[in-house]
Write a protein that binds this ligand. Structure first.
Ligand code: BGC
Length: 323
């Protein structure tokens, strides 16, 4: 019996050492396809780290709708109550989430932001698109399609969402500075956080401006999907009105192939999920992490869709990582 003791002790110690890090990953919402890629990326990091002897358990939970501030705050508070090891989050409001995330950091739960920023330096690391630049590139892409005297409108997303607000600002900044001959016929309408809402706003805008319009910019997935429906309804799809959207999904890609969308600004949500978890674990292990990681944005058109890098970006390996 005595001789078993060292073995039992060693097993207990090994068991203790192998206690997985609990990483809470909190999206802005859980309905849009965009988040599937983020989740798959997070699972890839979990798998890789665990295989490398750093056991990690990703817990995925977010509010249903991307404008439900209270619910996202509650999710954060619940994770603090459960004493997770770290929080990886896309704050749906850059201000409303500061207080609960500050509580996490005070409680020694590090925070990494992904996708959308927080108006605070408290996150250890921020993994996202350079959204202002993404907006500028969208402006240049649309300007190239409508010409120097085109008439364009921009459909906004939601107030408080820092990444889409930066895209909107970047778009307007580049349009005003670089293309002074282009007329911005409407830039203040919000499509909101669902496709259906964006569809209704899109219909109203096209009723008003459709006859004198050359181009449209929509700044994220639901606004792109809603505006697409509105353009089709109004008989303005198929390139009659040039349409630059943001993000991809099954519907947006089919529309690009069909010519109803001229170009898509594609982010790397898979990379955000992956690097968000990787950096959170690095913080926990006392390793240095960069304050900002730019995951890039790519202009995707019918012409470059089949290039291997673009093909991989718009077809993240969801099946491999999500059940
Ligand atoms: C944004 C996310 C947003 C998603 C769906 C993306 O463009 O980066 O923050 O949640 O669209 O609305």
């Amino acid at each position: 019996m005595k001789s078993l003791l060292p073995l039992l002790l060693a097993a207990a110690l090994a068991g203790h050492a192998a206690e997985p890090y609990q990483i809470a990953v909190i999206p802005k919402g859980t309905t849009h396809e965009y988040w599937k890629a983020v989740q798959a990326g997070a699972m890839k990091a979990q798998r890789e780290l665990t295989a490398a002897g750093v056991p990690v358990n990703v817990i995925w939970k977010g509010p249903l709708k991307e404008d439900d501030r209270e619910q996202q705050v509650q999710v954060v508070e619940n994770f603090i109550g459960r004493r997770v090891s770290a929080i990886v989050i896309s704050p749906l409001d850059a201000n409303a989430l500061i207080a609960p995330l500050a509580t996490a950091v005070q409680g020694k739960i590090p925070v990494v932001t992904i996708d959308s920023g927080l108006n605070s330096p408290l996150p250890s690391c921020y993994v996202a698109t350079d959204n202002r630049e993404g907006g500028r590139v969208a402006a240049r892409t649309l300007a190239g399609l409508v010409g120097p005297h085109g008439r364009v409108l921009m459909l906004r997303n939601a107030t408080g969402s820092s990444n889409t607000e930066e895209r909107e600002e970047g778009f307007l900044e580049a349009m005003r500075k670089e293309f002074p001959g282009i007329r911005l016929v409407s830039t203040d309408q919000h499509g909101g956080v669902t496709r259906d809402n964006a569809y209704r706003t899109g219909q109203n805008l096209l009723n008003r401006f459709g006859r004198e319009l050359d181009g449209v910019f929509a700044c994220n997935q639901p606004t792109t999907a809603g505006m697409l429906l509105a353009l089709r309804d109004a008989g303005l799809a198929g390139g009659k009105v040039k349409f630059v959207g943001f993000d991809t999904g099954v519907v947006e890609l089919a529309a690009l192939k069909a010519g109803d969308v001229s170009a898509l600004m594609v982010q790397d949500p898979f990379g955000m999920g992956y690097l968000g978890v990787k950096n959170a674990v690095a913080v926990l292990r006392g390793e240095p992490v960069p304050k900002i990681v730019d995951t890039g944005v790519t202009v995707v058109t019918r012409e470059n869709l089949d290039q291997p890098a673009v093909h991989d970006l718009v077809n993240p390996p969801l099946d491999q990582y999500l059940k």
